[in-house]
Structures are given as C-alpha cells and as structure tokens.
Design a protein around this ligand. Structure first.
Ligand SMILES: *Cc1c(COP(=O)(O)O)cnc(C)c1O
Length: 383
C-alpha cells in the first residue's frame, strides 16, 4: 500500500486516539440537551407550538445577526420555502452548484423549476462569482419586465443558490453584487455553515434569504431541523405563515388563506437545538483547532487540504483532502475505510444525475476536478 495512505491515516488516528472506528462526524451531546428535552416533555408542548421554538428563533437571530429567523422541520424544507418566498415559480431557472448535496436541487425541483449549474471556485469549492458572471454575460438578457431571462431557453432566471460547502464560506459578497445587477434573488444554502463568517458577516445573511440545517450529521443538530433567516420582516412573517398551514390566527376558528405547509419545527427538536446552539462557539473553536492541526500535519507530508480563504472564518464542518487522481482517491477510500477510518468522496455531481442531466450549464471544470480528488476525513468535535 502507498506510504502516503498510511501517513494520512496515522494523522487522523492521532487526532482521534483510542477509537476502533473513527466516524466522519458524530454528534456531541455534552450540554443541556437532556434537561431541555425533558423540560419540553414536561411542558406537554412537544409539537410545533412551544417556548423552545421561539427561543430557537431568537438564538438564530443572535448568532447570525439576521433580524428574523423562522424554525423549520428540515434544511431541505427550509430551502423549498425560501425559494417559494423568493418568488421562484414553475418553469423558472435557478442557478446553483453541481457540487452540492442533492437537497439543494430537490428543493428547486419541488417548485417545478430547473437547476442550472455554475462552476465552483477551486479554493472555496463554493459557487464561483467568475463562472456566474461569465455564464450570465454569455447567456442572459434583461427582459422588459426587469427580470433576467436565459437567451437560449427563454426561461426566467429567478434565483441563485450558492452553497457554503463543508462550512467554507464562498465569495458570497461578489455573488450578491452580480445577482443585484441582474435582478436575481440570492438565497444562500447555508445548511453546512452555521458559525461560518465571511467579511465579518454570518453566512446566510448576504442575500434576501438564507437557510440552515440541523440534521444529525451537521455541526449543530437537533435530530432533524432547519431554519430560514432574513432581514425582511414581510418575508419572515410569510415564512412563518406558510410553514404553519397558512392558518389565519384565531382562538378557535380554522381559516386558511392559501395553500400552506406543515413545516414548523416541533418544540422537542427545538429544545435539543437550543441546548446545542449554546455550545456553538465551543464546537466551532474545537473544530477549528482540529482543522489547523490537520492543515499543518498534511502540509508536512505534502497532502493538499481545504483551507478557508482570507476574510473567511470557516466552521470546518467537514475537512477535505485532495488525492492525486480519481483512481488514487478510490484506492484511498478503500484503504482508510478498511483501516478503521471513515472517509467519503464528495457527492456525485448533480449534472451527472439522471434527474438533473442534459441542462445547458456553465463549463464545470473545477467541479469535475474536485469531485475526482476530494475525500472528506473525520471532523467531529473532540471531547
Ligand atoms: C444537509 C444539507 C441540506 C438539507 O438539510 P436537511 O436538514 O437534511 O434536510 C441542504 N443542503 C445542503 C448543502 C446540506 O448539506
């Protein structure tokens, strides 16, 4: 077996000593999780009304600096609702990354819109402003109605969804600027980037709407959950309304004024989320220490590793290293998983999946280069 594989695995085993099988990302419940969940049960408010849901929303505002946060059952549902609030409609196109988790594209599809893929930057592995600008200059025109249209498909390009991959902030200020010029609504998929800051602002707060996930594998988890953040009070009010079956508030009447969703986070999950969010700072600094240690050690054995760009403060949700080729990547995946270290390749690129193939996308050389080489390595918070 290649010497470098042994070296990589030994760096990882040094970081997580005494574990027979080192998981990619295990949750840590070392705070008030039990206390809050039991308290939610004792209150009898376990469902979508309860003190922890409100507390969770307040905490998300405090953490992100957004003026409004709405608790949602999952990150996927949060993105679906955010895109609906952004005005995405049937037949629209939504610009996003091919290098992302399937949920991004599924959420776009729930609105019968089509994802169109832009390349990522090689350093942030998030949506590339250069690729976006080039794509729009070549393929888009401003319509008389003020909206942006794709010259070739004739479809309206309503929104753009960059994703902060593995917690690394992408160049979202530049993306916001380009979206403004073209009248495209920016919705950030910040599912992986709770606690990640770019140019002093929390990720998810650069566009009209941002969404987060609290799934079991994320930096902060509540079992399953999500959130929408926005600075627009009207959008926030509508998000809450639509996520609670569009019920018109009344003490006893059941009146609903449009087709809504059962998308509000239950109080039980919110209790867990509140206990976890209290530990966000310590989780992030713990993960940043691990990333720094990895970066130093991998450089010394000439293995390239993902690093935040300047002006970015990543939560380092998942660390990623680059192997030299797809073949070497596959060999390393086998070697490491056979030797007690859980590793994973990046997701299959979206434009290669049957449902999302065949579109007129931007050239995607960086996405393809990264997907051939990137491997995620264990990145849990260490107790
Ligand atoms: C986890 C994740 C989601 C979806 O979150 P769920 O809470 O699992 O629905 C969406 N987008 C990205 C990029 C994710 O990593």
């Amino acid at each position: 077996m290649q010497k470098v594989f042994e070296d990589i695995v030994s760096v990882i085993k040094d970081a997580f000593p005494g574990q027979a099988f080192i998981r990619l990302h295990a949750p840590v419940f070392a705070g008030d999780e039990r206390k809050y969940v039991l308290d939610a049960i004792d209150s009898t408010y376990v469902s979508s009304v309860g003190a922890y849901v409100n507390k969770f929303e307040q905490m998300m505002c405090d953490i992100t600096g957004a003026s409004h946060a709405v608790a949602i059952v999952s990150g996927t549902n949060a993105l679906h609702l955010a895109l609906k609030l952004a005005g995405v409609e049937r037949e629209d196109e939504v610009l996003s990354q091919s290098l992302t988790f399937i949920a991004t594209c599924n959420a776009i599809s729930y609105l019968s819109a089509t994802p169109v893929f832009i390349d990522v930057d090689k350093d942030t592995i998030g949506l590339s402003p250069d690729s976006l600008r080039q794509f729009l200059d070549k393929n888009a025109r401003k319509g008389q109605d003020g909206f942006c249209y794709n010259k070739h498909s004739g479809k309206r390009i309503k929104a753009c969804v960059p994703m902060h991959t593995f917690g690394l902030p992408c160049r979202v200020d530049e993306i916001a600027h380009i979206c403004d010029q073209w009248n495209i609504i920016l919705v950030e998929d910040a599912a992986e980037s709770i606690g990640s800051i770019y140019k002093g602002k929390h990720t998810g707060t650069f566009g009209q709407l941002g969404t987060f996930s609290f799934n079991g594998n994320k930096t902060v988890t509540c079992g399953g959950g999500g959130a929408i953040v926005t600075n627009d009070e009207k959008l926030a009010r509508r998000a809450k309304h639509l996520s609670t079956q569009a019920k018109v508030p009344h003490a006893w009447e059941f009146v609903h004024d449009e087709i809504g969703f059962n998308y509000r986070m239950p109080n039980l999950n919110a209790a867990l989320a509140c206990a976890q969010l209290k530990q966000l700072n310590s989780f992030v600094s713990n993960k940043r220490d691990l990333a720094q240690m990895y970066q130093k050690k991998f450089k010394s054995i000439n293995v390239s590793i993902l690093e935040e760009i300047s002006d970015a403060e990543s939560n380092y949700w998942l660390n990623g290293i680059f192997l030299e080729s797809r073949h070497q990547r596959d060999e390393f995946l086998k070697y490491s998983n056979d030797n007690g270290v859980m590793t994973r390749p990046v997701w299959e690129l979206m434009h290669r999946l049957r449902m999302f193939s065949g579109g007129d996308n931007a050239p995607l050389p960086n996405s393809e280069w990264i997907s051939d080489r990137l491997v995620n390595i264990p990145s849990s918070v260490r107790l």
